[in-house]
Design a protein around this ligand. Structure first.
Ligand code: UT7
Length: 361
């Protein structure tokens, strides 16, 4: 314990940012009880981002030609105007294309990656994992690869996993991907759900870095999981015969809506409290892109202006685990993010699950 405490003190004193004051054993003990020390040791920085959207963009008017819906209904209820739908890309191929862009953006060689975490609920295979497929495609020969399924919170959980690996000294340069081919899981007869989703991939390459603060919040409520489901694999063996077709996504939209509006401000406030940062200091709140009305309600509850809440669901719709990294990459490419910017990422959805990450760009 003593050695651990001394390590915290030396760590704290080694960071320029905190050198305003020489930390003592007393400070260390106090700090050790707070998340601040945890944050310092959980540090990562984002080296680069990438994303990929399938070429085919399908507008609301296009959908109105094949089902009883309208641009007016979809845009006024959700803010969505169009979504990308894959004709030839798979979950793995989109993930790999996004990864190649992130490698270029971050100037990292594939063989430098020690881990690949892929968040997805729409993997091409049960095995090999999407992460292993990406490894093969980009030549990240030294990476340990795994998939994580936490639906729309998936990227946040994968990023938090990367943070934990950094903290444990188990990962240095890690590729974190969110990718979905939701079009293959949709019931295209169910207009209340299929119009909301799209396909795409986004990712970030992160590096363990003790000078950057990262704080996290996460939670799950399996008891409420029935409001958003996609049964893909049912019992079917020589004792039990069930050859009924696999089900597609079903959702109680209003229930998920209520959950999201309640959960986002709660989780964001928690992470800010842990970070000891005022909401006014946050440059951007990068939220899961499910519905513009959800984002507006969260902004209102947090009493923060909408210009701090970037939106791209108008042209991407809801790509589940991929929304946050796709948006982050768009922001990065537009030059919206400057070194030191304080940002909060937040995801929520199936499971039910939710997760937030505070980080400094
Ligand atoms: O990543 C998390 C995933 N979850 C979500 O993103 C879902 C969050 N929830 C939502 O975004 C909203 O609840 C929805 C957009 C799904 C629905 O919005 P709403 O304002 O709660 O609409 P509603 O469910 O109350 O539907 C109202 C009406 C119904 O007609 P009646 O019964 O009032 O006559 C529906 O049949 O709208 C009808 N409707 C449609 N009409 C035209 C449902 N879908 C459509 C459609 N086009 N696509």
């Amino acid at each position: 314990m003593k050695a651990m405490e001394d390590l915290f003190v030396s760590l704290y004193n080694s960071i320029d940012k905190y050198k305003k004051k020489e930390y003592t054993l007393k400070d260390k003990v106090n700090c050790g009880k707070t998340i601040r020390i945890n944050g310092v040791t959980m540090a990562i920085k984002v080296l680069g981002t990438g994303s990929f959207l399938p070429e085919k963009s399908v507008t609301n008017d296009d959908l109105a030609k094949i089902m009883d819906t309208s641009d007016e209904w979809i845009s006024s209820r959700t803010g969505i105007k169009s979504r990308h739908i894959s004709i030839e890309d798979t979950t793995s191929s989109m993930a790999a294309k996004a990864a190649k862009k992130a490698l270029k953006d971050s100037n990292v060689k594939p063989e430098e990656l020690d881990h690949i975490f892929v968040a997805t609920l729409s993997a091409d295979h049960a095995t090999p994992s999407t992460a292993c497929e990406v490894q093969k495609e980009i030549g990240a020969d030294h990476a340990v690869c795994m998939d994580i399924n936490a639906a729309c919170s998936g990227f946040l959980f994968a990023l938090q996993t990367a943070c934990a690996y950094a903290k444990a000294g188990m990962g240095k340069k890690m590729l974190v991907i969110g990718v979905e081919t939701l079009s293959k899981l949709m019931n295209w007869q169910d207009r209340s759900t299929c119009v909301l989703f799209g396909d795409g991939a986004g990712c970030a390459i992160v590096e363990a870095d003790a000078t950057r603060n990262v704080y996290i919040d996460a939670g799950s409520n399996g008891a409420k999981g029935g409001v958003l489901t996609c049964e893909e694999r049912h019992l079917n063996n020589f004792l039990v015969k069930d050859e009924s077709p696999m089900q597609q996504v079903t959702m109680d939209g209003p229930e998920v809506f209520k959950f999201a509006v309640r959960m986002i401000p709660k989780s964001v406030k928690k992470v800010l409290e842990k970070a000891g940062v005022d909401k006014e200091e946050i440059r951007y709140f990068v939220l899961h892109q499910a519905n513009l009305r959800i984002i507006e309600a969260a902004a209102k509850r947090l009493k923060e202006p909408m210009d701090k809440f970037p939106v791209n669901l108008d042209h991407c719709a809801n790509t589940s685990s991929a929304t946050v990294p796709i948006l982050l990459d768009e922001m990065n490419r537009k030059g919206m993010l400057n070194p030191g910017d304080k940002i909060v990422l937040c995801g929520f959805g199936g499971g039910l699950t939710w997760g937030s990450v505070y980080l400094e760009w």
